[in-house]
Design a protein around this ligand. Structure first.
Ligand code: ZN
Length: 428
């Protein structure tokens, strides 16, 4: 049994941590003291007072565990356990602790807590480890407050510009840059925190799946192959508003009826291409004028297309475009289709994925390769550093919801795989 020789307060009183996994649970409990909603759930929005509370708690806790703490110019917290070599790059593990409004207890914070638990356990078992062990806590992962996601991981990999920090603001009009300054940060200097490709040996992120696949299949560990990048489109359909009583059916240019066909066509593409891991959604539909006695004259739709296979994404995009053209042509309505963004899926490091697979086999764990439809900090880190991601099951796949839950026995295998994978990297 491991003992860190440390005692610290938990909400139940004084306790001694006896294993890395127990430490992980205690870290979660401690961070989740902040931003707790009255109706259940957690609201620690990026750069809010609640986020600050959780971060300060975490920093104090990590210092007590022997981590050297550095906070970069956008607020990423980097905690390091020194290795015996002063020249070797660290092995890093991390995630985020900010949440959506009324979010759950595990999205993000579980990955940070597992990082701390795993690295302390490894340090205890290998006191002479050569590589430094590093926890990375990324700031502003959720887009809920400022409309931009992954602020911290984008900043250190060159995907966030200073202009972005001035462009995004929250519902109260607070500009992201000013929120960061209020946090005591210096976003104008973010360039100096940039990750260099050889500066970290490997990066791991553990995260709840946020979908139902693992929970339903009884598989405990998902080794993420690739993270989907969304292709997003905005579609404006211009029909003609008419009197709903007086306009004959064969003379209508009903924008909503055309939009409805588009919605079904997008869904059909998603259903066809799902076997290649692609999903397609119309998440926005506004109509004008929106009156019961008026044939809708205009419809505005937003389409989100995601997948991890480039050919399938290309094919889906072309099929959606062709369907929109033919629907609007046959209904004699005008349309304007704009491509808002088109990103390539991020394939995670093959060597680390194979290592995780082998480790899971060695440990006798039930595991699978799988895609991630949701974005994560790992997708930006992967542009600079060999990166891997482990998914663990969450009950019914429910996430971004206060009823987010995990079963401890089903997340433990992911923790064990993480520990063993890092240990085998340290031996190299
Ligand atoms: Zn997350």
């Amino acid at each position: 049994m491991l003992c860190y020789g440390i005692c610290f307060r938990s909400i139940k009183g004084v306790m001694t941590v006896s294993s890395g996994f127990d430490l992980c649970l205690d870290v979660m409990e401690r961070v989740n003291l902040y931003g707790r909603d009255q109706g259940g759930g957690f609201s620690r929005l990026a750069y809010s007072d609640e986020d600050r509370g959780g971060r300060e708690e975490l920093i104090g806790l990590m210092k007590g565990l022997g981590f050297d703490i550095r906070i970069d110019d956008v607020g990423n917290i980097v905690g390091t356990l020194r290795g015996s070599s002063h020249t070797s790059p660290p092995v890093a593990v991390g995630s985020h602790i900010d949440t959506v409004p009324q979010g759950g207890a595990y999205d993000g914070v579980l990955g940070v807590a597992m990082a701390i638990g795993a690295l302390k356990e490894i340090e205890e078992r290998h006191p002479d480890h050569k590589y430094p062990l590093q926890v990375m806590v990324f700031s502003g992962e959720e887009s809920s407050r400022f409309g931009i996601s992954n602020v911290g991981s984008k900043a250190i990999t060159g995907y966030l510009t200073l202009k972005d920090c001035f462009s995004y603001r929250d519902d109260d009009g607070i500009v992201l840059f000013n929120a960061m300054r209020k946090f005591g940060l210096s976003p104008e200097w973010m360039g100096r925190s940039r990750l260099l490709p050889s500066s970290i040996k490997a990066f791991f992120e553990v995260h709840i799946e946020q979908g139902p696949f693992l929970d339903r299949s009884g598989i405990d560990v998902g080794v993420v192959e690739a993270i989907a990048a969304p292709t997003r489109m905005a579609l404006d359909i211009e029909g003609r508003a008419d009197h709903s009583g007086a306009c004959p059916m064969d003379m209508r240019k009903d924008a909503l009826a055309a939009a409805a066909e588009v919605v079904l066509a997008v869904e059909a593409v998603g259903r066809d291409e799902y076997r290649h891991g692609t999903v397609a959604t119309v998440g926005v539909c506004h109509i004008e004028p929106g009156a019961m006695n008026v044939v809708p004259g205009r419809a505005h739709l937003k389409v989100d297309l995601r997948g991890i296979r480039k050919e399938s994404l290309e094919r889906s995009y072309e099929r959606i475009k062709t369907s929109i053209e033919s629907i609007c042509c046959s209904r004699k309505v005008d349309f304007d289709l704009k491509l808002l963004s088109k990103g390539d899926p991020v394939v995670l490091d093959g060597g680390l994925r194979r290592l995780l697979g082998k480790v899971c086999d060695d440990l006798g764990l039930k595991w699978t390769d799988m895609p991630s439809g949701a974005g994560h900090d790992a997708m930006y880190v992967a542009s600079s550093i060999p990166t891997a991601m482990i998914f663990v099951p969450c009950v019914d796949g429910i996430s971004h919801n206060r009823s987010e839950q995990v079963e401890l026995e089903r997340i433990k295998p992911g923790y064990r795989a993480l520990v063993r994978a890092i240990e085998s990297l340290l031996e190299r």
